[in-house]
Design a binder for this molecule. Structure first.
Ligand SMILES: Cc1ncc(COP(=O)(O)O)c(C=O)c1O
Length: 477
């Protein structure tokens, strides 16, 4: 331990009223030297092998057990207060980075990047789209093209598309935009308990204002039944908001059937399509959808741009008041570069939709074969039918998802967990819980594939996953 680490240890012991003994120092020395050599903290099993200290002893010596042992010597952990982050250290032969987190976000693809470089270098499009001069008109035309490209993917009209600052804004704009027309008499909203927080928090806010909300539950496959929507409709229902594709488990809802029910009942139907846009067919006009939200960063455009389809004639109170941009529905000088990028990404997604869906479905079935081979007791959350091709959500029995995520991270495989630390944690994902999965038993990991992923990526993962799982399980014994 160097002097700086010693000072830190002394300080932490004082702050936490811990009397430092030789045993404390022995453990701290070992953990520190292990970290210097491996750049990760040791697992419980390593600590026990070398020093003889059990988990119970560590917990009794240090105020937050392993977390204190790590942090006192400066080992970074993912979240303070969470004692569940030991990582498996597996040596890899040919390190590669495998990004399996495309439901979280995507990189900006090359075609989009090169057009953005021209935009940001000032080659074109820097004018204010509301200006009448030539540079302004040029920027206006760029936005118009982007409207047309997004509209084309949905088979709607150019003026039905509004650009926003992100997918969350689109959801807020749609839900509050309808509700704010009913501030006097309030009314009833139907949604589901597995929506994205951008929907759930919006309706919860409206509940505080006096609106009444029904949260539908999913079936065991993770889908909303159209019949459940029908049975929940009331005379005062002002909106139904159901997502097209769930962001965690990739389940595709029966949007067309729900749309038909809403249309018959003359109730506006809002669809959060942020995980589905550009990946599956969506037809708002034919399917009875009144509002449909999209986001650029899920389809290889930059972050910070979204869009909303608004059915003709639908009254929507604006969230942002001001100028007459976006057909008077969303004020503010447009983010021309990002809008252009989003439009181009949508056009490319349209061209590739069928071939990518087929390719990713094949890749996923190879993934599933491998998973069944190495981990037959793993569960798949949500059914395989009616699932977006790029998503698979796995429950690993007896594994802490936070530890698995960080262990995979160390070998360059990037995924998402159901929550920061799901197995055995009260923070387990509400979506997975809604499926009835025992989140104390299973560590939940979402793998989401995208354009750059190949069979080589899947092989790389499954080469190192077995020793990682083995180490993590041994550590829990
Ligand atoms: C289903 C769903 N809705 C809404 C959002 C929010 O979109 P944005 O990140 O563009 O605000 C996301 C993003 O993860 C999402 O997956």
């Amino acid at each position: 331990m160097n002097n700086l680490t010693k000072t830190m240890v002394n300080r932490m012991s004082r702050v936490t009223n811990t009397h430092l003994t030789d045993r404390h120092n022995e453990l701290l020395e070992y953990v520190c030297s292990y970290y210097e050599e491996h750049r990760v903290g040791p697992l419980y099993q390593n600590i026990k092998r070398v020093t003889g200290a059990t988990k119970e002893e560590i917990d009794s010596l240090f105020p937050y057990g392993l977390v204190s042992l790590y942090t006192w010597v400066g080992i970074p952990i993912q979240s303070a207060g969470s004692p569940c982050k030991p990582m498996a250290a597996v040596k890899v032969d040919n390190f590669r980075e495998v990004y399996f987190d495309h439901n979280a976000t995507t990189f900006v693809r090359d075609e989009v990047k090169s057009c953005l470089v021209k935009y940001y270098s000032g080659e074109y499009g820097f004018g204010n789209p509301s200006s009448s001069n030539n540079v302004g008109k040029n920027a206006y035309n760029i936005i118009h093209t982007a409207h047309a490209r997004i509209a084309d993917l949905l088979k709607v009209d150019v003026e039905d598309i509004i650009f926003t600052g992100c997918g969350s804004e689109s959801n807020n704009m749609a839900i509050k935009g309808i509700a704010f027309n009913h501030l006097k008499d309030k009314g009833h909203i139907i949604t589901s308990n597995v929506e994205h927080p951008a929907v759930l928090e919006s309706v919860q806010f409206l509940e505080e204002l006096g609106f009444d909300v029904t949260y539908l539950e999913v079936d065991s496959d993770g889908r909303i039944l159209p019949q459940a929507v029908k049975e929940s409709l009331r005379k005062d229902t002002i909106l139904v908001s159901i997502m097209a594709v769930n962001n965690e488990i990739g389940m595709i809802n029966p949007i067309k059937d729900i749309g038909a029910i809403c249309r018959e009942a003359k109730v506006p139907f809002m669809v959060d399509a942020i995980q589905g846009f550009g990946k599956i067919k969506l037809r708002p006009k034919e399917w009875g959808i009144s509002l449909l939200s999209m986001s650029g960063h899920k389809i290889y455009a930059p972050k910070g741009v979204g869009a909303l389809y608004v059915e003709k004639g639908l009254q929507l109170a604006p969230l942002i008041h001001g100028g007459s941009q976006e057909f008077g529905k969303r004020a503010g000088t447009e983010n021309v570069g990002s809008i252009m990028a989003f439009g181009l990404a949508a056009e490319l997604a349209k061209k590739e939709m069928d071939s990518e869906a087929q390719r990713l479905t094949e890749l996923r079935s190879i993934f599933l074969d491998e998973l069944r081979r190495i981990e037959p007791a793993a569960i798949i959350n949500g059914s395989l039918e009616n699932r977006i091709p790029n998503n698979i959500n796995v429950g690993f029995p007896g594994i802490d998802s936070g530890s698995l995520l960080l262990s995979l991270n160390l070998i360059g495989v990037y995924v998402s967990a159901g929550s920061a630390c799901s197995a055995g944690s009260s923070e387990a994902s509400y979506v997975i819980k809604a499926l009835g999965v025992d989140t104390d038993r299973y560590g939940i990991i979402r793998f989401s594939f995208g354009l750059p992923n190949t069979i080589e990526d899947v092989k790389y993962l499954f080469k190192y996953l077995p020793p990682i799982l083995e180490q993590l399980r041994l550590d829990q014994k």
